[in-house]
Design a binder for this molecule. Structure first.
Ligand code: HEM
Length: 1261
């Protein structure tokens, strides 16, 4: 309850002042305290006997009560009240008149007597008249109070409040001539009502009885008190409860008063019905909320309805349900709550039955009768449920209490998992009872379904219980019909059983399961002694027929039950081991195999499973053994196990004598193979062949029916076989200390075991042969590789190999294959090397092919393509001028198995580059006066042109073209070649004719071919006296060449030891080489024997030396003039990895060129100003100036070449790749550099009698 209810001060609203007092008294003149005069009976809500509030009117004196003490007993009249009480209203008026008149007369008389005159008499009359009037007034004024007392005494004197009658009260009012609105009278009415209402309301802790509202209403009606007055009394009672709360203040009291207040609210609301909302201002006066009022009404209504329900039993009927509905409406209880209450009540009733039933079922001294009782309780529940269900369908159901309908335990004490077992117990009891007659009646089925719903059991759970119970009953019935012979007599067992199922509502499928179970049990009993005799078989057959058990089911049961028995026998036999397979074991196996009547397949399958498990154990051990010998030993144990145990076992299962040898399963197969000559040579294979002698010695062969074929992969099985085969071949290897080993050779009996192992492993003859062959091949190959180490197959070796083949026993074709594969591999390697080294050309290849060598597979495709390119290159440089299209485009590609399209591409590329090179070559040779060379070069050019026809070529110096044409013309060429050359060189007919005319004259000036070469001409000083100008002062050399004194010093020393022998030219060549070596560079062999020149060429030094300002093509051309290729030129330029250059020679580059690293340019600029300082030196290789390495090329790649001519070598031109190669590969550079230096040193040397050996390098002798 809202605490405000407890703290809010009660309103001071008085007892309703609906009536005005008589004699014109205003409401204000009413004593205010009256509103506190409301009295409460001692037995009502008052808990405090001594409370002044519990006393009746303070103005009445309590006398011995004649009526129940509610109203506090009769009141007595005081003062004039008894007089007034006796006067009837007309008499009271007459009395008043008499009194007044008497008083007037008396006054007049007294006045006259005392005053002696009339005035005095009048004065006396006036005085006494006034007094008389006062007395008359007093009489009248006492009337309502007297009436009130009279009213009180009437009510109090009645035999209980119900005896109070409305007419009596009206008579009292009439008697005193008062209306109910008279204050005192009304007050008494209020007082009485209040006392009564308080007495009716049960005290705080007590529940309402249900008749309170009616009682109060009828008393209210009897009193005739107005509703507003009555309602104000209810509010007053509320105030009082509040006050009591404040006074008591303890917790319990607080609770009680709260309850009392709730009851007051509830009862009051019902008493005043619709008007209660405005007659009873609970909210305003007590600050309670609507919800609190609602709760007060709801809780009390519930309580009343519940107490009404408490008397309702299982015998509900229409009347009762209607009365419940009426009560509900009267109590103002919602339908919903009413329904809940009724449901709960129903459940409680059911729970009572359940509890009784459970007590019976769970009791230790449970009897059959007890179960019956429990079932009766459940039947009561079902009956109750039926009744309620049918009532819920009654046509007048609308007028019934809410909540009629099926009962359920949901929400009650049995609605928990914990109680589920109890409910199942009950359900089971009911099912059992339903089936007690041996059949399931339809009505019971319905009942069971209802019971399941009531108990709240799941479908599955209920069905499981039914199935379980029914199964048992079915079994019982079966045994009855079995024993009684009913089943046996039935024409159709199936129909009989079907009928039984129907009677019990039992699933035929489940019945079949039971049948099977029965059969299995029977079977188990029968085989308890380890075998099935005829009697057993007959008994089992009877069961099978009677119960209509399918053969399949029977078979499965047999193989299952008998199988496991048999398995045990087999396992025992296996466990007996190699030594223990004696007569007893044999007997047991035989008994089990035959006595249990297992099919042979079933028995074998069981035995196979157990045996294979053991086999696999051996295999496992063998695999984990340390070495091959140990592995083989484990396999040998398995073989022994197979022979001594498994073979016996199989024979016993089959019922054969173990002495009759089992048939060799692979015999036929193997025999066929043996007949094949090819295998005859395989010695080891021959040895496993059944050999009568040996077989006799070794005893019977092992069984081969149980194998590991399906347990291990083919590869694994072959491996195991191989292990044992190797053991047979090599014998037992025993390791002894110090790393040595002893090998004990085995005799051929091992091969018999090997054969058996093959059987156990389930290897086919083919697989076995394969193992033998591969092993032989392996052995053959190993030794053949040694014999054929270099791939050469000589006659001696062939003999050696033949011998080997025989020893190993490998069939010929296999041996040949091995030999071929070895020689082929080796030869392929040899051929590749030869081609790589250029030792093999197309001619030789063709020869090899003709000799039947399969080159296509031996030489890789890329190598064949390279060879093609090389061949074509040779054609283009053969100097013949021939180009055979068919040969180049078809034959050679076919021979080399090169794609013809690819071949064409190669030829075209080569022809194009070769063509221009040939021209340059020709001009270069012209300059060297090498006539034959010129002709060859031009022929090469023509060959290229034949492959890819060219346009007319151009050359800076047309005269030189005319010169080479002239030389060619003189070489007796074929006319078509000459004319084609004329076209290519762009020579007009007239020039051609002229040149031809000139004949030898053209080159006559050069007949004395001037040759400049490595002849130390550069060392000669100028000699003014003889007017000799040497090369030192020539442009490229002046101020540049240095170090002559070093040569002088060497020469002096050499001359002192060996005068006149070593030329300056040789010294220069050697010095160049040794300087390079000294700086960490490569070395090369300098050919010696040069002689020194007696002259020098100032002009050639000027024209033939390269300039640092040259571009790439000029450099190439210049070097080419001396017979150097571009590649050689690049390699030689690598000399700039050491040395220095003068500022004036690279100034333009470092200030103006763009293909230069800016940081590098800047650093060089610091020592080479843009003007002046021309002789300042900078290193040609900025990174390692005094080391001979490949840093020069690395610099070029990074745009750090010092000279313009240097950077030309790496500036997007044709030799970039060469520079890159050298920058990445110093060794290549060193090799190329050395070669080029040798070539340079060999340029036109003076030998023989030409030139001289100078004494002083600076001048001729
Ligand atoms: C490719 C064309 C070549 C050109 C344009 C060229 C140009 C030059 C120039 C301008 C100098 C600096 C000279 C000076 O500052 O006075 C120089 C220095 C030098 N050149 Fe070459 N050169 C070329 C090829 C070669 C070759 C083939 C070699 C040797 C195999 C060579 C070895 C040297 C040496 C050793 C120096 C440094 C001399 C010293 O430090 O005193 N050069 N070259």
């Amino acid at each position: 309850m809202n605490p405000s209810l407890l703290t809010a001060p009660p309103s001071s609203r008085p007892c309703p002042l609906v009536s005005f007092p008589p004699f014109g008294l205003t409401p204000n003149s009413l004593p205010r305290r009256r509103r506190y005069r409301v009295s409460f009976p001692r037995n009502s809500i008052s808990t405090d006997d001594q409370s002044p509030m519990s006393t009746s009117s303070t103005e009445t004196t309590a006398t011995t009560p004649t009526a129940p003490d509610i109203f506090g007993g009769p009141k007595e009249l005081t003062g004039i009240q008894p007089v007034v009480e006796k006067l009837s209203p007309p008499l009271r008026v007459a009395t008043s008149v008499v009194i007044l008149a008497g008083a007037l007369a008396a006054g007049y008389g007294i006045g006259l007597r005392l005053g002696g005159n009339r005035n005095a008499a009048l004065g006396g009359a006036a005085i006494l008249g006034a007094a008389g009037a006062a007395a008359a007034y007093a009489v009248n004024a006492a009337v309502p109070e007297v009436a009130a007392v009279s009213l009180h005494n009437y009510v109090a004197g009645c035999d209980g409040p119900e005896a109070v009658r409305k007419e009596d009260i009206e008579n009292i009012a009439q008697k005193y001539g008062v209306s109910k609105q008279d204050d005192a009278f009304n007050l008494e009415l209020c007082d009485l009502y209040s006392l009564f209402a308080s007495s009716v309301l049960p005290s705080g802790s007590e529940d309402l009885r249900g008749d309170e509202v009616e009682t109060i209403i009828s008393f209210k009606n009897a009193l005739g008190i107005d509703d507003p007055d009555a309602a104000s009394m209810h509010m007053e009672i509320g105030r009082r409860i509040f006050r009591q709360r404040l006074e008591t203040g303890d917790r319990d009291g607080d609770l009680e008063q709260r309850r009392a207040f709730q009851k007051l609210i509830y009862v009051s609301t019902l008493v005043f019905g619709d008007a209660s909302n405005f007659l009873l201002p609970w909210k305003r006066v007590f600050k309670v909320t609507d919800a609190q009022v609602e709760i007060a009404i709801r809780d009390n209504a519930k309580q009343l309805y519940a107490s009404k329900l408490s008397s309702v039993g299982r015998d509900v009927d229409v009347k009762l349900l209607v009365s419940l509905r009426e009560a509900q409406l009267k109590y103002k209880l919602s339908d919903e709550l009413a329904k809940d209450l009724l449901m709960e009540h129903k459940r409680k009733l059911v729970e009572e039955n359940i509890s009784v039933a459970l007590n019976i079922l769970k009791s230790r001294t449970r009897t059959v009768g007890g179960v019956k009782q429990a079932v009766e309780e459940l039947d009561k529940i079902l009956a109750f449920n039926d009744l309620l269900t049918s009532l819920s369908n009654h046509p007048d159901a609308d007028h019934f209490a809410r909540g009629v309908g099926p009962v359920s335990l949901v929400g009650g004490e049995y609605d928990s998992d914990r109680k589920m077992d109890d409910l199942k117990l009950l359900y089971r009891a009911y099912v059992t009872d339903s089936l007690s007659g041996g059949r399931m009646e339809k009505n019971k089925l319905t009942a069971l379904s209802q019971l399941r719903n009531i108990l709240g059991l799941g479908n599955k759970e209920a069905e499981a219980i039914i199935l379980d119970v029914t199964s048992k009953v079915y079994q019982k019935r079966l045994s009855e019909v079995f024993q009684s012979g009913d089943l046996e007599m039935a024409d159709s067992k199936a129909a009989f059983l079907q009928n039984l199922c129907e009677e019990l509502h039992f699933d035929p499928q489940k019945a079949s399961e039971i049948h099977e179970e029965i059969y299995r049990k029977k079977l188990q009993q029968c085989v308890a002694d380890g075998e099935l005799d005829e009697k057993d078989v007959a008994a089992l057959l009877k069961v099978r027929v009677m119960l209509c058990i399918p053969q399949q089911t029977v078979d499965a049961a047999h193989s299952d039950i008998c199988g496991s028995l048999f398995e045990k026998a087999v396992k025992d036999a296996i466990a007996a081991g190699v030594d223990g397979y004696d007569a007893d074991v044999r007997k047991a196996v035989r008994k089990a195999a035959h006595g249990l009547r297992l099919t042979r397949e079933a028995a074998m399958s069981i035995a196979s499973k157990a045996v294979r498990k053991i086999f696999l154990n051996y295999v496992k051990r063998s695999r984990s053994a340390e070495n091959r010998t140990e592995s083989a030993k484990d396999l040998k144990k398995m073989i022994a196990f197979n022979t001594l145990v498994v073979t016996e076992l199989v024979a016993d299962i089959k019922g054969e004598s173990s002495d009759t040898p089992t048939e060799e399963p692979v015999k036929e197969d193997v025999e066929k193979l043996y007949e094949d000559d090819e295998w005859e040579s395989l010695q080891t294979l021959r040895k496993i062949r059944p050999n009568k002698e040996l077989t006799a010695k070794m005893g019977k062969p092992g069984q081969t029916e149980i194998t590991l074929k399906d347990d291990l992969s083919e590869r694994d099985r072959m491996d195991l076989y191989k292990t044992y085969l190797l053991y047979c071949l090599t014998g037992e290897v025993t390791r002894i200390p110090f790393g040595a080993q002893i090998t004990t050779k085995k005799d051929d009996s091992e091969y018999v075991f090997l054969n058996q192992l093959g059987g156990i492993l389930g290897l086919t003859a083919k697989e076995t042969v394969e193992v033998h062959r591969s092993l032989a091949e392996q052995a053959f190959r190993q030794q053949a590789e040694v014999i054929l180490a270099d791939g050469q197959l000589t006659k001696a070796r062939v003999e050696q190999l033949n011998e080997l083949q025989k020893n190993v026993g490998l069939p010929g074709p296999y041996a040949q294959k091995v030999i071929k594969s070895i020689t082929t591999t080796k030869m392929a390697a040899a051929i590749e090397t030869a081609i790589g080294q250029g030792r093999l050309n197309i001619k030789q290849i063709r020869e090899l092919k003709e000799a039947g060598v399969d080159l296509d597979n031996m030489i890789s495709e890329s190598l064949r393509e390279n060879l093609f390119k090389k061949t074509v290159d040779e054609i283009f440089s053969s100097g013949t001028g021939e180009f055979d299209e068919e040969e180049v485009y078809e034959k050679i590609p076919t021979d080399l198995k090169v794609n013809s399209q690819k071949a064409k591409g190669v030829v075209h590329d080569l022809a194009r580059t070769r063509l221009s090179n040939s021209l340059i070559q020709a001009v270069s040779l012209l300059r060297q006066r090498n006539r034959q060379g010129v002709v060859s070069s031009l022929n090469d050019m023509l060959a290229c042109d034949k492959a890819v026809p060219s346009e007319t070529l151009s050359w800076e110096v047309p005269e030189e073209l005319a010169d080479i044409f002239g030389i060619y013309a003189k070489s007796n060429p074929a006319p078509e070649k000459l004319s084609r050359l004329q076209y290519l060189l762009g020579i007009s007919d007239s020039v051609a004719a002229a040149v031809k005319e000139m004949g030898d004259g053209v080159l006559s000036a050069g007949a004395e071919e001037e040759k400049f070469g490595c002849d130390a001409s550069v060392l000669l000083d100028d000699d003014d006296s003889s007017n000799f100008t040497g090369e030192k002062s020539a442009g490229p050399n002046a101020n540049s060449l240095r170090g002559f004194e070093v040569i002088d010093a060497i020469k002096t020393q050499v001359e002192s030891i060996c005068p006149g022998v070593v030329s300056c030219a040789d010294i220069l060549a050697v010095t160049a080489r040794d300087s390079v070596v000294a700086l960490g560079g490569p070395s090369w062999t300098v050919q010696l024997g040069r002689r020194d020149s007696t002259t020098a060429s100032f002009s050639n030094a000027n024209t033939d030396l390269a300039s640092p300002l040259m571009n790439l093509d000029e450099l190439i051309s210049l070097f080419s003039n001396k017979g150097f290729t571009a590649k050689e030129m690049v390699a030689l330029s690598g000399a700039h990895t050491t040395g220095q250059a003068r500022c004036l020679l690279f100034r333009n580059r470092i200030y103006n060129e763009t293909n230069i690293d800016s940081a590098f340019a800047k650093s060089v600029q610091s020592n080479c100003p843009s003007a002046g300082g021309g002789d300042n030196l900078s290193a040609l290789d900025v990174t390692s100036p005094v080391v001979f390495d490949n840093a020069y090329f690395k610099n070029l790649v990074n745009n750090k070449g010092l000279l313009h001519s240097d950077q030309q070598l790496f500036n997007g031109g044709s030799v970039d790749s060469q520079v890159t190669t050298y920058s990445n590969n110093p060794i290549t550079f060193y090799a190329d550099f050395g070669d080029a230096m040798v070539k340079m040193g060999n340029l036109s040397p003076l030998t023989g009698t030409n030139g001289e050996i100078r004494t002083n390098c600076r001048k001729v002798n």
